[in-house]
Design a protein around this ligand. Structure first.
Ligand code: NDP
Length: 241
C-alpha cells in the first residue's frame, strides 16, 4: 500500500524539496501551505502534488485539514513538520505579537499537527514524525529569541514524544538545518552573504534544500526504525551540537 505523507509548508523552499523527494520514492504526498495561493498553484501544476491550505497555528484547522487529506489519500503515516516563520527583532524591541506568532506557528504548530495524527499512528503501529528545527534552536541567535525558543522547543517535544512512541512503532526525529539556499536566504545582499555568512560555514557554501530532503527520506523509511529522539545536524560544519 502506498504510504501517505503530509509536509507542512510543503509547496515552497525546503518543504517543496521534501514533498518532491518523498513523491519520487513512492509516497502519496499532501503539501500543506498557509496563504501563498500563487506559489501553491504553480507547485501543484509543476509536480502533480496536491496542495491543502490551512494554518498550522490553528488546531481545529489542522484537524479538519488532516481529515480531508485522509479522505482523499488514505491514512497518514509520515508527518513532516516543516512550516516555519521568522519575526526577527532584538529582545528590547520585540513585540508580544512577534513572540506569539512565531511560537504559535513554529512550536504549537508542531503540536497541532502531531496530536490529531498520533492516535491513528498508534493504532496502525507505525508512524514517522519528522520536524524541521534549526541551527538557531541549537545555538541561539541574537535577534531571534522567539525563533530560537520555538525551535529549541521542537527538539524537546521530539525527544519526549519519541519515548512515548517507541513501543508503538512511531519514531520522532528532528533535522536542524544551517543556512539553506532558499529564496529567503538567496535574497540576502550578496556582499553580506559572501563576506559574512558563507565564511562562517566550514564547507564554504550554503546547503541545498534537496540535502535536507534526503535526510527526511531516510528518517521516513522503514530502515530508520531504530533511530528515534535524534537530531540530524545539517549545517556544513557551522556548529556541532
Ligand atoms: P519558506 O519561507 O521558503 O517557506 C515556508 C513554508 O511554510 C511556506 O510553504 C509557507 O506557506 C509555510 N507556512 C508558513 N506559515 C505557515 C502556517 N502557519 N501554516 C502552514 N504553513 C505555513 O521557508 P524555508 O523553506 O526557508 O524553511 C522551511 C523550514 O526550515 C522552516 O521551519 C524554517 O524555520 C526551517 N529552516 C530554514 C532554514 C533556511 O536557511 N532556509 C535554516 C534552518 C531552518 P506559504 O507558501 O503559504 O507562505
Amino acid at each position: 500500500m502506498t504510504k501517505v505523507a503530509i509536509v507542512t509548508g510543503g509547496s515552497r523552499g525546503i518543504g517543496a524539496a521534501i514533498s518532491i523527494a518523498l513523491k519520487t520514492v513512492g509516497y502519496s504526498v499532501a503539501a500543506n501551505y498557509a496563504g501563498n495561493d500563487e506559489a501553491a498553484a504553480k507547485f501543484k501544476a509543476e509536480t502533480g502534488i496536491p496542495v491543502y491550505k490551512w494554518s498550522v497555528a490553528d488546531y481545529d484547522a489542522c484537524a479538519a485539514g488532516i481529515k480531508q487529506v485522509e479522505a482523499d489519500l488514505g491514512p497518514v503515516s509520515v508527518l513532516v513538520n516543516n512550516a516555519g516563520i521568522t519575526r526577527d527583532a532584538m529582545f528590547h524591541k520585540i513585540t508580544r505579537e512577534q513572540w506569539k506568532e512565531v511560537i504559535d506557528t513554529n512550536l504549537s504548530g508542531v503540536f497541532n499537527m502531531t496530536h490529531p495524527l498520533w492516535g491513528g499512528m498508534r493504532d496502525r503501529k507505525f508512524g514517522r514524525v519528522i520536524t524541521i528545527s534549526s541551527i538557531n534552536g541549537q545555538k541561539g541567535q541574537a535577534g531571534q529569541v522567539n525563533y530560537s525558543a520555538a525551535k529549541a522547543g521542537d527538539i524537546g517535544f521530539s525527544k519526549a514524544l519519541a519515548q512515548e512512541g517507541a513501543r508503538a512503532g512511531i519514531t520522532v526525529n528532528v533535522i536542524c538545518p544551517g543556512y539553506i539556499a532558499t529564496e529567503m536566504v538567496k535574497a540576502i545582499d550578496e556582499k553580506v552573504l559572501n563576506e559574512r555568512i558563507i565564511p562562517q560555514i566550514p564547507v564554504g557554501r550554503l546547503g541545498e534544500p534537496e540535502e535536507i530532503a534526503r535526510c527526511v527520506v531516510f528518517l521516513a523509511s522503514e530502515d530508520a526504525g531504530f533511530i528515534t529522539g535524534s537530531t540530524i545536524t545539517a549545517n556544513g560544519g557551522q556548529y556541532f551540537a
